[in-house]
Design a protein around this ligand. Structure first.
Ligand code: NAP
Length: 376
């Protein structure tokens, strides 16, 4: 039996999985072990192209006997897959690391939600104590904690109300493609009038687009309604108190990631918007005291190397605090920081982050690196 460390990747072809592969390629993340690729639908087909690595054909992601021989499994496949395979695998004696993008295991006592720039100590202690299940947090929760880790660290947060503006990519590859198709559909119906040499009549363009948005021909298989040129103030399923599951995750996941002694309430409305990639959030933060604004800025800025404070002026904001500016980068800009007229203990701020990076793939890539240090 060889001593080569073997890491299995499931769900590598989805949105989170492909961004993870990109990041791993950029950071030499496949060095030092044998990567194996699994699929739920394409067994035997060709795996991803990785320069300098001979990737064998895709293996069956439901084959427990094969999976249990691995040292580490990274799954970006989704909660249904985790719910089906993870219990069988542990029951079959799998003792390795399970690193997951899905929410299925997150709230289990035996699972740590990983976001190492914020909770590295909790991860290290967990590994020491035998924890082997790690799940990435909900994307908006992880991005909020990345943005405001400094305020939490200094005990300045009493509660937060967060209003989110979440991109199509948060719903997966098929939804992203549907947004692009919807955009093309709306563009097509106005194309002719936009090339009219006599000029464009905005009202005609509006009427044509509204007719499409309210008609039945625009593709909507995944979102259920048009997202392009519109928005959807509902993400995921309902929970009992009128929240959506996405909204419910705010308090429970953030407090678990931070391992808070006293629960910090976090609540708001989560909204899907027609951005392709990168989630934004507008926050009202009730602080535990009336801290001066320059100290608040310093606390936010000094939390970690990826924070970028955006000055609260128009030019800086429109150029630096948008999904368009942030997508594809690890930067976490935080701007529009000011005290609210409600009172000196009320702070408002806006943040944007690439949720496929810090909201999903990056904590997984970094967790895999940490796990590899503990496998021999
Ligand atoms: P996804 O894009 O829908 O991909 C999941 C799987 O769907 C793929 O691995 C692939 O599996 C299959 N698939 C079917 N048709 C596909 C197509 N046309 N293109 C690519 N893959 C296709 O899902 P995801 O957004 O990456 O999310 C995976 C998990 O991460 C979920 O649990 C999600 O909740 C969680 N998560 C997502 C985000 C996000 O921003 N998207 C953020 C945090 C957490 P096979 O190869 O086996 O067929």
């Amino acid at each position: 039996m060889s001593n080569t460390i073997r890491v299995g990747f499931v769900g590598w072809r989805g949105m989170v999985g492909s961004v993870l592969l990109d990041r791993m390629t950029a950071e030499n993340g496949f060095d030092g072990y044998e990567p194996l690729f699994f699929t739920t639908s394409q067994v035997g087909q060709r795996g991803p192209y990785l320069s300098g690595i001979n990737v064998p054909p895709l293996k069956d992601a439901f084959n427990i006997d094969e999976l249990k021989e691995l040292d580490i499994i990274v799954s970006c496949q989704g909660g249904d897959y985790t719910n089906e395979v993870h219990p069988k695998l542990r029951a079959a004696g799998f003792k390795g690391f399970w690193i997951d993008a899905a929410s299925a295991l997150r709230m289990n006592d035996s699972c740590i939600i990983m976001l190492d720039p914020v909770n590295r100590e909790i991860i290290d202690n967990g590994i020491k104590n035998g924890v082997r299940d790690f799940a990435g947090g909900n994307c908006t929760v992880s991005l909020m904690l990345m943005a405001f880790a400094g305020l939490f660290k200094h005990g300045l947060v009493e509660w937060i109300s967060s209003m989110t503006y979440q991109a199509a990519s948060g719903a997966g590859a098929r939804n992203m493609i549907e947004l692009a198709v919807q955009m093309a559909h709306l563009t097509n119906v106005t194309a002719k009038m936009r090339t009219n040499p006599a000029g464009v009549n905005a009202l005609d363009v509006d009427k044509a687009m509204t007719a499409e948005l309210q008609g039945t021909t625009i593709p909507r298989m995944n979102f259920g309604v048009p997202l392009a040129a519109s928005l959807i103030p509902w993400i995921d399923s309902a929970v009992e108190n009128g929240q959506t599951r996405e909204e419910w995750k705010g308090t429970v996941e953030a407090n678990k990631i931070l391992n808070t002694k006293k629960n910090i309430p976090i609540d708001g409305i989560c909204v899907r918007i027609g951005a392709m990639r990168s989630h934004s959030q507008a926050l009202t933060i009730k602080m535990t005291k009336d801290a001066p604004l320059d100290e608040i800025n310093d606390m936010i800025a000094s939390a970690h190397e990826w924070i970028k404070i955006i000055p609260n002026d128009k030019e800086s904001t429109i150029n630096g605090l948008t999904p368009a500016a942030v997508s594809g980068t690890l930067t976490i800009p935080v701007g529009r920081i000011r005290k609210m007229n409600i009172g000196p203990e009320y702070l408002t701020a806006f943040t944007v982050g690439d949720q496929l990076l810090w909201g999903a793939a990056e904590p997984i890539r970094r967790m895999l690196k940490i796990a590899l240090e503990h496998v021999s």
